[in-house]
Design a protein around this ligand. Structure first.
Ligand SMILES: C[C@H](O)[C@H](O)[C@H]1CNC2=NC(N)=NC(=O)C2=N1
Length: 98
């Protein structure tokens, strides 16, 4: 099982991820981001790609979609906080969003 990030690991990762629009929800030890697309089909296409990646990783996002907007929160339920898996999925999401 993935281990919770150390304080240093968390800070290093956050300073990188904040540059692409992720923010920390300190209460939940989770990271969140709003992804905006040009329309619903682009948003849902991206969600489909991410779903395949998430299933392969066995690490799943909390997300909701309204038209061209997808709100994402990542945390590791099993560890009750942020782990390397959340960082990995966040980076994959950014990459797939282009
Ligand atoms: C049994 C299964 O491995 C677990 O429930 C997985 C599935 N997907 C998961 N996704 C997330 N985000 N956190 C988890 O702890 C988690 N655990």
């Amino acid at each position: 099982m993935a281990e919770k990030l150390s304080e240093t690991e968390r800070e290093t990762a956050l300073s990188e991820l904040q540059e692409t629009g992720w923010s920390l929800d300190a209460d939940r030890d989770a990271i969140s981001k709003e992804f905006k697309f040009s329309n619903f089909v682009s948003a849902f296409g991206w969600m489909s790609q991410v779903a395949m990646v998430a299933e392969k990783m066995n690490h799943h996002p909390e997300w909701s979609n309204v038209y061209n907007n997808v709100s994402v929160t990542l945390t590791t339920h099993d560890a009750e906080g942020l782990t390397e898996l959340d960082l990995k999925l966040a980076r994959r999401m950014d990459k797939l969003a282009g």
